[in-house]
Design a protein. Sequence first.
Length: 756
Amino acid sequence: MKKLFITITALAMFAAVLDAQDAKMNSFIGSLMKKMTVDEKIGQLNLTTAGGFVTGAAVNKDVQQKIKTGQIGAVLNSFSVASMKAMQEIAVRESPNHIPILFGMDVIHGFRTIFPIPLAQSCTWDTERIGQAARIAANEATSSGICWTYSPMVDIARDPRWGRIAEGAGEDPWLGSQIADAYVRGYQGTDLSKNNTMMSCVKHFALYGAAEGGRDYNTVDMSRIAMYNEYLPTYKAAVDAGAGSVMTSFNVIDEVPATGNKWLLTSLLRDQWGFKGFVVTDYTANNEMINHGMGDLQQVSALALKAGTDMDMVGEGFLTTLKKSLSEGKVTQKDIDQACRRVLEAKYKLGLFDDPYRYMDEAREKAELRTPENIKAAREMAARSVVLLKNDELILPLKKSGTIAVIGPLANSKPDMLGTWSMGGDEKTITSVVEGIRNVGGSPVNVLYAKGSDYTGDPMLAQSLSFMGVRPSAGPVRSAAELLAEAIETAMKADVVVAVLGESAAWSGEAASRSDIDIPAVQQDLLRVLLATGKPVVLVLVNGRPLTLPWEDVNASTILEAWAGGSEAGNGIADVLFGDYNPAGKLTATFPRSVGQIPLYYNHKNTGRPMDPRNKFTSKYLDISNDPLYPFGYGLSYTKFDIGDVQLSKHDLKGDETLKVTVKVTNTGKYAGEEVVQLYVRDPVASISRPVEELRNFKKIMLNPGETKDVSMNVTTADLKFYNSDLKYDWEPGEFIIFVGANSRDVKSAKVNWVK
Ligand code: BGC
């Protein structure tokens, strides 16, 4: 009781401090806004690009002059501290009210120390490590002038044709929510005004990952209930974690573009979720509402502001039309003031009014960028992101002796290791797979290299090899036959072949949708000839999305999914190949057998005619199974784990009781290793049709050979809740099936009855 009283008192004191801080901020911003003209207020809503990195049509002009006249509130993707300082000086010395600029950037998976792409990081199922990576990114970026990052990207993606699947945490809303929370807390810390924390911008709000056909920027159409249950939880998790800003998506939601969608940006985000930060458009998303058919620039800008958008990214629609709309009564002074206040609040919280140069610190830059600890963390993450898909002949781990032929267009490539959105990655600091194998194998290992093939023989796909700053490693132009001949000759000299195949970094990320997600034919040809040599072959995949690998799965005994692993990819991959780190990554996005199966995801509905091989009139294809090639949650280890039967603390539960689910996990193999023990729940009878299973918990544990551990996880009614047809979030009593296993397919189950 006494403890409770102390806790309540402490909470009340904390709330009082927050209230006082808010009051101070409100009064500061209130008096500042009294001095601002309408033009200056609109200026604060303008996010400009100063050149740097451009993904759309707009490049803004006369940036300096606009800063001087108070027409710019924020700048994105500017790289040098010197140029940011110069801009900030103009803003705080020469602009009418001396309001500092907010500098933002796509710091997506690291700033100068590049971590694996987010999809790869999610395969670690290690939220603490992901949070630490975000922390490291914030430490580095904030020393270089950046205090606002357009991350995390939390779009649920069930379609690997969509190149942006690389940027998120895969297909699962529950895991995605844990990861969203970790990113936001990692970037923002507990105090945004510190010089090493930066404001997070959760994106792309909302449903961007559901673009039809996996084609980027395409239409999205989804029922409200599917949104609430399947696609919105990750954004909400980021908002609940305190994300200071939200970025709108390019797509329509209920036929209205997100940027002008009042239901989305006001009713849902602010009224239902209580979001207090500011909303920024995606790159020219305001202007793109013209193409969506919502009117001219003036109309769409008014629509966006009134819907709840506060800042316009690079399109200058707000800057050039809002004043006119005000005079014509299409927007109100209150609309403009509200948006301006939200932007100023962000600047206040970041401490920019106290010290506009707080994040531009050359001394800190020297100390923070690419420290040995940061590089170590990136290497560890690279190794932990790797998913072992097959190791049938136990070729892995490799011995640190003999001759290894490392072959493939990605074997000695550096830029491809970084993956999408890695502007700060410097080619000189990247380790290729060949280098990593040399580094980790050491002098007893003789490493040979051959390119083996080009990335692709398809001229259309080849055009996209250089894109968004990514330039693949080049070499002399040689014919496919010459490359293959050299590869065979090199392989014949080796004891083992490591074939490094996959995708150029430019083939995933934004505007990088693919209709065919096989390994390109020239690379498959290479793998075929390497396998034909009879040498043991390890297929290492470097790519940004799930690929279709049916041929490889049948023909290659050993497959390692290494993704685009960041600056330390080569070392991290080599750590895994040699067994210095025993792989434990688990897929967070399903690998289909064929693009014809897409969308394919583990938490699907049962349908009225669930697949039955004996019955033609059930939900299936005539020419392919319904099963994925590798399911969600899947990944092997060099050791073997046995997961015992599911033991429940109770079979009948009531209301707020907690169910304890326990399994015995034994390492029955030869190596110490980690296993991700996954718990899924099914609600077989409910007022709406519920998924066949949904992830609700997991534990990543380490076991020595022969060791057994009891792994327990709790389930409460919070884990049983869903949005019903009235969009009420609740659970419904009855039977529940609890599944536990090493992936979403290989599970054991037990039933409970839970009443209210
Ligand atoms: C992308 C965003 C990104 C923005 C700024 C857009 O093209 O969709 O994810 O944050 O550019 O670079």
